[in-house]
Design a protein around this ligand. Structure first.
Ligand SMILES: *[C@@H]1O[C@H](CO)[C@@H](O)[C@H](O)[C@H]1NC(C)=O
Ligand SMILES: *[C@@H]1O[C@H](CO)[C@@H](O)[C@H](O)[C@H]1NC(C)=O
Length: 230
């Protein structure tokens, strides 16, 4: 039961990725990344690298990024110490010829906490045009310099289904709530035995009635025989 439940959760967790491949056409994206390492409200962007997504349908991408030099690491250290954000600019050109600029940011200390690992998610609309870019660095906030100066970046392409986007997170919460309620016995089936099993009992009764009607002698003979032996 628990195994089935986990399989269910896994299936629904994979749902967004399945949807990601549901586009019925393909295209490419050319993404140029710039970052601002200055600790100032006015961002000063410098080049970080390029991402080529050769197929938005299956999310195949290649990344070329330069490592951080010591002065850039020092600048990021200042950002982290002051609790400020690393700012990223993504300029995306698409196979349809459009060019759009997006901004996203992440607390600098989280990039240190993951050794410069980040996840870039590009959200597309149903026409395959980019509508949002988000950078996530899923690590703890740390102030020590990373042991590497190279980025570890993964790129995800997300596109919506033609219908309304399924609310996977709340669906999983719903399953979990129901499971918890079952464990507490709240949804325990307290109907009577007959109310629960009538659909099995009725055919069995009909079967018994029909077989004895079709063979009345056997039924009567059996009863009579028992009587005679007494
Ligand atoms: C990114 O692409 C641009 C233009 O295509 C090129 O000038 C630049 O050198 C590339 N940068 C990297 C890090 O590959
Ligand atoms: C079963 O229990 C619920 C509450 O626990 C109650 O509302 C409901 O009337 C009960 N049903 C029967 C058939 O006893």
């Amino acid at each position: 039961m628990n195994f089935v439940y986990k399989g269910f959760i896994l299936l629904f967790s994979l749902f967004p990725f399945i949807i990601g491949s549901e586009l019925d056409y393909d295209g490419w994206l050319q993404i140029r990344l710039y970052h601002a390492l200055n600790d100032n409200p006015v961002a000063h962007f410098t080049e970080r690298g390029n991402i080529t997504v050769s197929s938005i349908r299956n999310g195949v991408s290649s990344i070329a990024q330069a490592g951080l030099d010591p002065s850039q690491l020092t600048a990021m250290k200042t950002l982290a110490n002051n609790g400020n954000k690393y700012r990223l600019k993504a300029v995306i050109r698409t196979s349809s010829g459009s060019e759009t600029t997006f901004l996203t940011s992440v607390p600098a200390c989280h990039l240190f906490g993951t050794e410069l690992e980040d996840i870039l998610t590009v959200w597309l609309d149903i026409a395959g045009e980019p509508i949002s870019v988000s950078q996530v660095s899923p690590g703890p906030c740390m102030l020590n310099l990373p042991t590497t100066k190279m980025w570890t970046t993964s790129v995800q392409i997300r596109s919506p289904d033609a219908g309304p986007a399924p609310d996977t997170a709340s669906y999983i919460t719903k399953i979990e709530n129901e499971k918890a309620a079952r464990e507490r016995g709240e949804t325990k089936d307290n109907r009577s035995f007959l109310a629960k099993y009538w659909m099995y009992i009725v055919p069995a009764l009909i079967f018994v009635v029909l077989t004895s009607a079709a063979n009345p002698d056997a039924a009567a003979g059996g009863g009579g025989g028992g009587g005679q032996r007494q």
